[in-house]
Design a protein around this ligand. Structure first.
Ligand code: CP3
Length: 346
């Protein structure tokens, strides 16, 4: 089903040959851009996410400036947790905080399964506005967290170093863990399908912190639920399955699902691709810290990563994780240009 005039990003997700390697960047909207910082002076992060016009505006900020091949809707993986009944706060310099963590079966029992169009109407509305504004120029990506990464935030109460409470629930209270993961999975299926219905043309599942698990724990406690989410999403758009510090989990992540596997910089992209097999596409994997250095070094790394993909169809260039707030914007512009130029077959 080759659609010859489709967008390079969507063609690469389907492993079709493209004239150049498409690129977008995780956290391409954010504090490294002065336009974003200007809006953030007036609104809190959550206010911006919950106002569809502002979320649409922020989504589009990097598009013209960077000339990326896809937009990603401005939102957060933690947003669907609030209507489940878990109050969310972004404390200054602390990141996300859950003051009422979920630790026991009685906490899990109270969690609601959400109705996205009613509980989070701002998200589908922002997607509809962005699609209209983009007018077909580039595709729009929707996203969610994966069940494990979301569970880690609500069990710990925020970001964690060693995931002691999350692993504690997994090992010592498996029935609570199972019920929690089932409720999160069901919520995520609805949340992702609502984004497709509103117009998202691809979806990325972020399992940002799953790299803290052993392969056997991943297989037992996480894979079935990530699979349930990806199996439950309508098969009309490509799915990108991303995690960090996950080089030991890649084969299992592939089994859980995804048309594209997203890898971080800790693994060689070519080696990762040969391990998972060429029947899935791959996304990655520049170290975001490289963007803090000079054009020379960025160019060398871009070439190295493109070489490791060996020009195979199905490589989407990205960072190995999100852009860091202190990144010079001109380096990001240069990165996109270099990827397009060095990979161009025209
Ligand atoms: O990529 C994009 O441009 C789309 C927007 C996006 C945000 N968060 C906006 C955001 C996406 C895709 C996310 C995903 C997300 N959110 C993840 C998975 C990706 C990853 O980084 O691993 C995670 C773990 C979160 C949770 C989260 N949100 C944290 C830990 C933080 C605080 C850390 C920080 O950078 O301040 C956020 C806040 C957040 N999400 C910001 C943005 C632009 C910064 C908010 C601000 O302006 O202060």
């Amino acid at each position: 089903m080759t659609r010859r005039h489709d967008h390079p990003f969507l063609m690469a997700c389907r492993r079709e040959p493209t004239d150049y390697t498409p690129i977008w960047l995780m956290r391409q909207a954010g504090r490294y851009m002065k336009e974003y910082r200007a809006l953030r002076k007036k609104y809190s992060f959550l206010e911006m996410c919950k106002n569809p016009e502002l979320a649409a505006e922020v989504t589009l900020q990097p598009v013209g400036k960077l000339k990326v091949d896809a937009a990603i809707i401005f939102a957060d993986i933690l947003l669907p947790l609030e209507p489940m009944g878990i109050p969310l706060e972004f404390a200054k310099d602390e990141g996300p905080v859950f003051r009422e963590p979920i630790r026991e079966m009685k906490d899990v029992g109270k969690l609601r399964i959400i109705e996205p169009e009613e509980d989070l109407p701002f998200l589908p509305e922002a997607i509809r506005i962005v699609r209209k504004e983009l007018d077909g120029k580039i595709p729009l990506i929707g996203f969610s967290g994966a069940p494990f990464t979301l569970a880690s935030y609500i069990v710990e109460g925020g970001h964690s170093k060693n995931y002691i409470l999350t692993k504690g629930m997994m090992y010592q209270d498996p029935s609570t863990w199972k019920t929690l993961m089932e409720k999160l999975s069901e919520t995520l299926v609805r949340y992702l399908n609502a984004q497709i219905h509103a117009g998202a043309q691809a979806l990325q599942i972020f399992d940002s912190w799953v790299g803290c698990l052993s392969p056997s724990d991943y297989e037992k406690y996480v894979l079935p639920y990530s699979k349930r989410v990806m199996d439950g999403v309508e098969k009309t758009v490509p799915l990108i399955h991303f995690a960090t510090s996950s080089s030991t989990l890649l084969e299992r992540m592939k089994r859980a699902g995804g048309d594209v596997i997203g890898v971080d910089w800790r693994v060689d992209l070519g080696e990762a691709w040969s391990r998972i097999g060429y029947n899935v596409a791959i996304q990655g994997n520049l170290d975001p810290v490289i963007l803090m250095s000079s054009g020379d070094l960025i160019g060398k790394e871009v070439k190295r990563i493109l070489d490791s993909a060996q020009g195979r169809p199905g490589h989407i260039f990205n960072l190995g994780h999100g852009i860091l707030p202190d990144t010079p914007v001109e380096n990001v512009v240069a990165l996109v240009e270099m990827v397009h130029e060095y990979s161009s077959k025209g």
